[in-house]
Design a binder for this molecule. Structure first.
Ligand code: PDD
Length: 284
């Protein structure tokens, strides 16, 4: 695998980071995950916009313009083999003597790698996945795609330990924010319900796509605070992310969601998502 590190392309086995990198010491950095279909980055400008938002959130200057990012990303995609890739981009505040305060002259560390993208197989689309619920105990800036993911790691592990795929997060014992590494939608009486984008969730690019394609297809939608009780009484639950696309959650905390099978809204949105992807890729 060829990766990019601080201006150079190299085999991953040769990529090295000094131990005083603030990403290693403090988790002081941000990242992006960009899906690449047929070697074309999907919704690239949206991902770069979110990257800028994350960088602003941690007060780190963007080391590249959008055009420079686009060129570096394309170069990395070209240097890797798979047609569909899962591109990971990571920027830290650089290498400096350990001190919490921002260093004066550190140069940001820029790292990118790209792995083959394996979207969910047909069997998983047909069965759906299990989820568990847990208290959202993360900080109040979940809109920043921070590399400091320990809370998300611990929350996701709750699902793994229960043999489930994702953890649905409930804030203040009252409302749903998102998944440990995905956004969550609720379906009730034919209406697609989505939590509003704010500081308590990551503004998912797939989330935006799903709301756009649902709107274009005339599917009723409401973007508003979603009570925990609505999650536990949903007709359908959906999970979205750049790598999982759209998946049905068919079991929550060991109980079937409705009849325990992927529902109509999932089928429709999954199809619309695939159609949308094909259309966009044809145009770019
Ligand atoms: N995670 N919420 C969280 C906490 C996430 O980590 C992610 C994605 C999403 C979905 O965002 P998007 O649709 O832009 O992928 C929501 C990525 C895939 C990851 O960390 O690997």
């Amino acid at each position: 695998m060829t990766v990019y590190l601080n201006g150079q392309f190299m085999p991953i086995t040769e990529a090295r980071i000094p131990v005083l990198d603030r990403g290693f010491i403090f988790g002081d950095g941000v990242y992006e995950v960009i899906p690449v279909y047929s070697r074309r980055p999907f919704r690239l400008l949206d991902h770069l916009k979110r990257l800028q938002h994350s960088l602003d959130g941690i007060r780190l200057q963007n080391p590249h313009s959008d055009a420079e990012w686009a060129q570096l990303i394309q170069e990395l995609v070209t240097r890797n083999e798979a047609e569909d890739q899962y591109l990971y981009l990571h920027i830290t505040r650089g290498v400096a003597k350990r001190d919490h305060a921002f260093p004066k002259n550190a140069v940001p560390t820029i790292f990118m790698m790209s792995n083959p993208l394996l979207t969910p197989p047909a069997a998983l689309l047909a069965s759906g996945v299990s989820a568990v619920s847990a208290v959202d105990n993360r900080w109040l800036r979940c809109d920043i795609k921070a590399i400091a993911l320990l809370p998300n790691v611990l929350l996701r592990q709750i699902a793994v330990d229960a043999g489930a795929a994702e953890t649905i997060l409930i804030r203040d014992d009252s409302f749903m924010t998102e998944g440990a590494a995905s956004n969550i939608f609720v379906v009730k009486n034919g209406v697609l319900l989505a939590p509003p984008k704010n500081h308590l969730m990551l503004p998912g690019i797939t989330y935006d796509v799903v709301l756009e394609i649902a709107q274009a297809a005339g599917i009723p939608q409401e973007v508003r605070k979603i009570a925990a009780s609505e999650v536990f009484n949903a007709d359908e639950l959906l999970l979205t992310s750049s790598t999982k696309e759209v998946l049905a959650i068919t079991t929550l905390d060991g109980k079937a969601v409705d009849n325990g099978k992927p529902g109509k809204m999932f089928m429709q949105l999954h199809q619309l998502y695939q159609d949308y992807k094909r259309d966009v890729m044809r145009k770019t």
